[in-house]
Design a protein around this ligand. Structure first.
Ligand SMILES: [Zn+2]
Length: 191
């Protein structure tokens, strides 16, 4: 399934709803220069981990209720509904988003990436993957690995450790040692 050139959020929604019918696509409000990346990254992840994509019910740009005022997140995974939400207040303006992402990488809050916006999406997708990963044999092995924190954010808790490590390894780049092992375990658990 090749990805066509998508010129507007509406085209992206139509493409997404047609190709991933279990997911409600609502990317309205997204800065147009981000559309291709946002769809491409999701498609890449969904192709590699179809079961995770099947577990989702929405992929949206939207307002986030109840976010901490002092530290709003750029994106969220709503565990109850299985929705990945790109926080409208950042994703409506690509320049603003890139600045935030650069600051996050420079202070090592997030790991360095050549595709940091894609990494944000992979991180949220990683939260959805975690829901399926828990309870598997591979999860037990992962729990027993000595953690190696790929970023400061990964130190927050087990969920962020998993999501950050997952995002760090996407798209299938060779990452030796701990992160690579995590990724391999996720792949094994999802097949
Ligand atoms: Zn997270």
């Amino acid at each position: 399934m090749n990805l066509p050139k998508l010129a507007s959020a509406q085209e992206a929604n139509e493409w997404g709803n047609a190709n991933y019918p279990n997911i409600k696509w609502c990317l309205d409000g997204l800065d147009e220069s981000l559309i291709q990346t946002v769809v491409e990254q999701f498609h890449l992840l969904a192709q590699s981990f179809p079961r995770v994509a099947e577990s989702l019910s929405g992929y949206c740009v939207g307002e986030v209720l109840d976010e901490p005022e002092d530290r709003p997140g750029l994106a969220y995974y709503d565990r109850d509904d299985g929705v990945i939400i790109l926080n409208y207040r950042f994703w409506r303006d690509a320049d603003d988003l890139r600045k935030k992402v650069d600051v996050g990488m420079l202070n090592r809050f997030r790991f360095f990436s050549t595709n940091p916006i894609g990494a944000l999406i992979a991180h949220e997708f990683g939260h959805a993957a975690y829901e399926l990963f828990c309870g598997t044999e591979e999860y037990d092995e992962w729990k027993n690995l000595v953690p190696c924190y790929v970023s400061n954010y990964a130190k927050e808790n087990e969920l962020e450790l998993f999501a950050e490590t997952f995002a760090y390894c996407v798209p299938l780049e060779y990452r030796p040692g701990y992160p690579g092992r995590t990724y391999q375990l996720v792949v094994d658990a999802m097949v």
